[in-house]
Design a protein around this ligand. Structure first.
Ligand code: AMP
Length: 219
């Protein structure tokens, strides 16, 4: 039986991939100001393909780390992804035409206050393995990077690592676990990412949407 959701090529219109949580929460008001409103409430609906008030535009809800993959392979024309995810992504074939200035936070090195960062073979737990390796190499610090998928704050408390590299917004999560930011790695916000082939094939439609979003970011 044919699925009711055509793939991006068959769909003909525009498909935007974005992730649940902070990015969706901040992106919805921005999309609304650009004239795009989902027909279902994404926080309540279990649907992963959301139709919008624009018949030729739909939203895909995917994992944050999967957004650039959907866009690079053309399963979505456009994505909304954190700079943290884009710094870590190893593919190419994506344009990043617009900083949406939403879901802003910082990527930091954190640990128990006073933890020396220069100690030989510093152990660092993070889900951002490539970004962390690049950061410590640029600092001239030899670091052993341990990949974790969640609850990074536990790692220094349990002696799994000396420090972590993670996103921080208010700092409440770090403080609640007796940790503090020790060094700044990068300022983070969400980016609009666009498939290179779609940018050519659907140029006018995508340019119009980028212009509307750029206006919504400024307002
Ligand atoms: P906070 O306690 O406000 O510093 O928030 C820290 C927690 O929220 C950490 O677990 C982060 O991974 C997560 N977080 C903070 N900002 C963002 C963001 N912009 N996008 C995704 N996760 C975030």
């Amino acid at each position: 039986m044919k699925d009711s959701s055509p793939n991006a090529e068959e769909h003909g219109g525009l498909t935007i991939a974005l992730s649940k949580g902070r990015i969706l929460q901040d992106a919805l008001p921005l999309l609304a100001r650009a004239g795009v409103r989902p027909m279902q409430d994404p926080s309540r609906s279990r649907k992963l393909v959301l139709t919008t008030n624009q018949p030729d535009l739909r939203l895909l809800v995917v994992r944050a780390q999967d957004v650039p993959t959907y866009v690079e392979y053309g399963a979505a024309d456009i994505g909304i992804a954190g700079k943290d995810v884009m710094m870590e992504y190893r593919g190419d074939g994506l344009y990043e035409p617009l900083d949406l200035n939403i879901a802003c936070c910082r990527l930091v090195v954190a640990g128990r206050p006073g933890t020396p960062l220069g100690s030989p073979r510093l152990r660092v737990a993070t889900k951002y393995v490539h970004t962390t390796r690049r950061y410590f190499a640029a600092q001239g610090i030899q670091a052993e990077v341990i990949k974790l998928y969640g609850s990074m704050e536990l790692a220094p408390l349990m002696g799994l690592a000396d420090v972590i590299v993670d996103l921080v917004d208010t700092g409440n999560t770090l403080r609640a676990n007796g940790l503090a930011a020790l060094a700044h790695v990068a300022d983070i916000s969400s980016q609009l990412v666009v498939n290179k082939a779609a940018m050519k094939m659907k140029h006018a439609r995508i340019k119009r949407l980028i212009a509307k979003l750029a206006r919504a970011v400024r307002d």
